[in-house]
Design a protein around this ligand. Structure first.
Ligand SMILES: [Zn+2]
Length: 405
């Protein structure tokens, strides 16, 4: 996921963002862009109202005095919509580059903290990761600079008379976009800056999962720091040392800090077992005492003496130390019971293939991928044309359980 966060508006808002998983709360489809469905999450309505309200009752009356309440609310609503449009453009920046790398974007969701582009898979290389991560902040910074530049141009041409409202909205939008770009460059995963950090660590150490863990640790650190700053601002505002408007900034920062902390922690928790799985080899977890079947035994004998007696679902078939194939409980099941005493294992086995034979130096991650592909419960480990062991799903599960502790 790519989630982007609003950062701090002049009034109260910071909008973070990051890439990510879909939220569980209801969301509604509002349109399509670049072929990607655009959704709004239920929490979006709450923050839309909050932004409109704080603009209509605080920021706009302060900077544009003397207008009627309905006008403030109308302008506040338009500004809030433009803010979300800015976030959407930021997400589309990420999405555009991701699509160029053939990474599908399932949807873009606008939610309480900003936006999220749901990427179908991880970037294929550190370079792709870097470019996808940078595209969003780049869009925001360009938008921000254009709004601020345009506002200044309008101001110098027309002065403030008549277009004051436009200037206020333009500079607000400009500042929000600059903040959206800069805030998301904080180098803590899963913020954009954290993705850039991961791309760098990944390129240097050639280990995607280790880079994820390191960048997520930075994300946890920044999450805690933002939360603490938020708490200090709130305490300062409530004790009267800082202004009351600071308090709402503090609350927002605290929320963002908590969000970043939990998102980074989840990323780290996902990456840690993957790192274990890629660093442990099949040789370390394989069962070395391999029970094999003879090709000419009857299926009935195989069932009675092996499948039931050993409690296993798959057996290699061997003759004179030569692997001939594999028989699974599914193959036995496919044969009518009445034929079991009359058919040989040789007739129902699957002939030897690379689908279930792997070398011992593979990682258990590779072995698990292979098992998932073919629906195997176990794979035969072969070295120099001979069976050296069996790797089973339960052996891998036990290894992970033992090493997690
Ligand atoms: Zn972003």
């Amino acid at each position: 996921m790519l989630a982007d966060f609003f950062s701090s508006l002049p009034l109260t808002l910071q909008f973070p963002h990051c890439y990510g998983d879909r939220m569980a709360l209801p969301n509604w489809r509002i349109g399509r862009a670049l072929g990607i469905p655009i959704h709004v999450h239920a929490s979006w309505f709450a923050v839309f109202f909050f932004v409109t309200w704080s603009l209509a009752t605080g920021y706009l009356p302060d900077t544009l005095p003397g207008l009627s309440a309905p006008r403030y609310w109308g302008m506040g609503g338009i500004a809030a919509l433009l803010l979300f449009l800015s976030v959407l453009l930021h997400e589309l920046g990420h999405s555009y580059v991701a699509l160029r790398y053939q990474i599908p974007i399932k949807q873009i969701t606008l939610f309480i903290f900003g936006g999220m582009a749901h990427m179908g898979k991880e970037p294929p290389s550190p370079r792709a990761e870097f470019l996808i991560a940078m595209a969003g902040p780049l869009v925001s910074l360009i938008l921000g600079a254009s709004c601020l530049g345009g506002t200044m141009a309008v101001e110098s041409l027309f002065g403030q008379s008549g277009v004051h409202g436009l200037i206020v909205l333009g500079s607000l939008l400009g500042m929000v976009n600059v903040q959206l770009g800069l805030f998301n460059l904080i180098p803590g995963f899963p913020l954009d800056g954290g993705r850039v950090l991961r791309a760098g660590l990944w390129a240097r150490n050639k280990d995607f999962n280790r880079a994820t863990i390191q960048a997520a640790l930075a994300g946890i650190g920044f999450g805690v720091a933002l939360g603490l700053i938020g708490a200090i601002l709130m305490a300062g505002a409530w004790s009267g040392i800082l202004g009351q408007s600071i308090a709402s900034n503090g609350v927002w920062l605290l929320f963002i800090g908590a969000f970043l902390f939990s998102a980074a922690l989840a990323s780290k928790r996902q990456a840690a077992p993957r790192m274990l799985l890629t660093s442990v080899t099949v040789r370390q977890v394989m069962v070395q005492r391999v029970v094999t079947l003879l090709p000419d035994m009857t299926v009935q004998d195989a069932v009675d003496q092996y499948f039931i007696a050993q409690g296993c679902g798959e057996f290699p078939v061997c003759e004179a130390r030569q692997l001939l194939g594999m028989v699974t409980v599914r193959d036995v099941h496919a044969l009518p019971t009445a034929l079991w005493p009359w058919r040989r294992v040789r007739e129902i086995m699957r002939p030897t293939s690379t689908a279930f034979c792997i070398p011992p130096d593979w990682s258990i991650m590779q072995a698990m991928d292979r098992m998932a592909q073919g629906g195997w419960d176990c794979l035969v480990v072969m070295e120099n044309g001979e069976i050296v062991g069996l790797v089973t799903q339960s052996a891998i599960a036990h290894y992970i359980q033992l090493h997690k502790a």
